[in-house]
Structure formats: structure tokens, C-alpha cells
Design a protein around this ligand. Structure first.
Ligand code: HSE
Length: 374
């Protein structure tokens, strides 16, 4: 396999180093805007050098961002090159263009490192759904948010200090708002739902609440009630249709989710035969993510295409009622639904997830967290 590698940042450099140790693949060209030299690969600033090289059969995209990653990946596919990418924003945003194109061109299109970093999540989901119906997917999918929340709960670190540390360790996206506002987790649950249920989730119907408004007073209130806050995604089949959303969620101390430390991820599927299966590991970082990119390259060598056939667009319904902790804003809707007072915040009676997220959109300064159903 001859690889054209796009990007030489945290992930790209790791891919290059791991690929060098193998006989069955070679990084022939690297597209990178910095002046570097490599002993065994040509470094270029011009993507056309990769596109027009017929000896390159596979493009590994590790640039991140939507543009020009989308244009480069699409052009490479049109030229008949297989794609491996770790870019969840790219795949989640352009799913309805890239997946049909891969299928039309009969190419391999793999993106396992896009969800869960080093965890073999999408590849196992692909295997799992062959022999059962997947009822539910989701979990802790963002290392940066878990790092921040873990540090705030365990060591009393401030939100800003914890975010700075996560950035220093290379976990955070270029714009940290992508992590802390839940957008990265949103990309990951869109992608996971599409693979699990064989559909294309309508992105606008999947609501997101992040952690940027959390304060020490919230953590104190949770700890007083024996709870730990995590940023969690959920997508499940319900009688009304598929529900899917991203929101901070409160788990009892001692539960599996509450125990996830540092930047680790914990991602779960529930299958009709397998029941609950959880995957725990490094959700970010150079070598864990590059490891999964390499796994995908090996899958390309063995001819694996995309994970599932392209499926129709469906809207998330989100009608299930949950109780929510809310602090930082109020109005008559919240007052009517208040059941308890926790420090500066309140806890609601059960409210439909879609209704609570609609309220949050109108009150973005508020912090909210769902009480888990455990
Ligand atoms: N920023 C992401 C995270 C990187 O913190 O999980 C891995 O997707």
C-alpha cells in the first residue's frame, strides 16, 4: 500500500512513525505546510502531488477541519483512491456525500479513529450489527471534557486550568469550543448512530448541550448528592423512533461512567443478543489515534469497504422524559417544573429531552445536566 498522508500534526506524525515499522505499507508523500524533511517520504505543500501520483492508492487524511479536507478527500475518491481518516467533523458533516461516493466508486472508506481515538469502536460496531439489532449506542466520547470534569470533581481544579492542561496534553481540538460545547461528541454520536442503525441522522434534529457553563457550585451540589457529572451522548431506538442527543449527565458515584478518569472514553452498545457491551480506552492522543488509523489501513489492504450501506435520513424524536439539574436561568416553564432545590440550582420533574433542549437554546447561559436513569 502506498499512502499519501495529509497533515503532519498530532495524528499525522504518529501515523507516519507507526507505518514506518511495517513492510506492507509506505508513506510515500506527506502534504504539510511546514518546512520539514523526512528520510523516506516526499514532503509537499501541494495536494495535487498526491492526487496526480497514480502509485498512491490510499489517502490518509489527518488534517482535521472541514475545508480543504472535504475537497481533498472527495477529489482523491473521484481519482479512485481509498480513504482513511480520523476526522469526525468531516465524516459526520459530509456523510451523505462521502459514503455514497465510496460505494459508487467501490472504494474503502474507513474512519475508525474518528470515534474513540484508539478504541476499536466503529469497527466492532460494524461486526456486531451483522448478527443482531443494535438498540442503543453512546457514552463518554470526548477526552477533553472528561479530563476537565474529572479534574474539577477529583482535585477541585478550576474549569479554565483543567482546559489549559487538556490543551497542553494535545487532547483538545484546534478550537476548544468544539470540545466543551459538545460539538465533537455530537459528530461522534451522529457517526455512531449512522453505523449502528444503518441510517443518516438528520444533524439538526440531534440537540447538544455542553459543559462550558459548569462551575464549582454545580460540582459541589452533585457531590453533596453522591453524583458525578460526565458529558455523554445517547442514541437509542424507542417506540416513537430513534432518539439521539448529547448532554451533561449525572451518575451515581461508584457507577462505571462515574469512574472514568482523565481523558479516557467509555462507549457502549446494547444489542438484542449481546446485551450491554462497553469499550474503555484512550479516546485521544497521538499514538492511540494513529494506532486505529493503522488498523484501518490494514482493513483497506484486506478490502473492507465502509461499515454499512448508506441509509435514509431520519429525524431524532427525543420524547423520553428525564429529570434535569438546571442553574443559571429561570422562567415560568422552569418554575412550573421545579421539584427540588440543590444549592444554586433546581431539579426538574421529568421533562421531554426535546423540550428541555429547546428551553436551553433560549437560555444558553444556563448549565444543565440530566439525571441518569440508573
Ligand atoms: N478533541 C477530541 C477529544 C480528540 O478530546 O476527545 C479525539 O477525538
Amino acid at each position: 500500500m502506498k499512502i499519501g498522508l495529509l497533515g503532519f500534526g498530532v495524528v499525522g506524525k504518529g501515523v507516519y512513525e507507526l507505518a514506518r515499522m511495517r513492510q506492507d505499507m509506505q508513506v510515500a508523500k506527506v502534504v504539510c505546510l511546514e518546512d520539514i524533511t523526512l528520510p523516506d517520504a516526499q514532503v509537499t505543500r501541494d495536494f495535487q502531488d498526491v492526487l496526480n501520483d497514480p502509485s498512491i492508492d490510499t489517502v490518509v487524511e489527518a488534517m482535521g477541519g472541514l475545508h480543504p479536507a472535504f475537497e481533498f478527500v472527495k477529489a482523491a475518491m473521484e481519482a479512485g483512491k481509498n480513504i482513511v481518516t480520523s476526522n469526525k467533523a468531516l465524516v459526520a458533516t459530509f456523510y451523505d456525500i462521502l459514503v455514497p461516493l465510496a460505494q459508487e466508486k467501490k472504494l474503502s472508506f474507513r474512519c475508525t479513529a474518528a470515534v474513540g481515538g484508539g478504541i476499536g469502536w466503529l469497527s466492532e460496531l460494524e461486526r456486531s450489527r451483522r448478527s443482531q439489532t443494535i438498540q442503543e449506542v453512546g457514552g463518554i466520547m470526548n477526552g477533553t471534557c472528561n479530563y476537565i470534569l474529572d479534574a474539577m470533581h477529583r482535585t477541585g481544579l478550576s474549569y479554565d486550568e483543567a482546559l489549559k492542561q487538556a490543551q497542553g496534553l494535545g487532547y483538545a481540538e484546534a478550537k476548544p469550543a468544539t470540545d466543551v460545547e459538545g460539538i465533537d461528541t455530537w459528530h461522534k454520536i451522529l457517526l455512531s448512530s449512522n453505523v449502528a442503525f444503518g441510517v443518516t441522522m438528520d444533524k439538526d434534529s440531534v440537540p447538544v448541550s455542553g459543559i462550558s457553563q459548569i462551575g464549582p457550585q454545580d460540582v459541589a451540589a452533585f457531590q453533596a448528592h453522591g453524583l458525578v457529572c460526565k458529558l455523554v451522548s445517547c442514541a437509542r431506538r424507542t417506540e416513537a423512533g430513534i432518539s439521539a442527543y448529547v448532554q451533561p449527565t449525572l451518575y451515581p458515584q461508584g457507577s462505571l461512567e462515574a469512574a472514568v478518569p482523565s481523558n479516557y472514553n467509555l462507549i457502549t452498545f446494547i444489542g438484542s443478543a449481546s446485551e450491554r457491551m462497553s469499550f474503555y480506552g484512550q479516546g485521544a492522543g497521538r499514538y492511540p489515534t494513529a494506532y486505529n488509523v493503522l488498523q484501518d489501513c490494514i482493513d483497506v489492504l484486506s478490502g473492507k469497504p465502509f461499515y454499512v450501506p448508506y441509509g435514509p435520513v431520519v429525524q431524532a424524536v427525543n420524547q423520553e422524559p428525564l429529570r434535569f439539574y438546571v442553574r443559571g436561568a429561570t422562567d415560568s416553564f422552569l418554575e412550573e417544573n421545579t421539584q427540588e432545590h440543590w444549592g444554586e440550582g433546581i431539579v426538574t420533574a421529568p421533562v421531554a429531552v426535546s423540550r428541555m433542549h429547546r428551553w436551553h437554546k433560549e437560555h444558553p447561559q444556563a448549565f444543565l445536566a440530566a439525571l441518569s436513569q440508573e
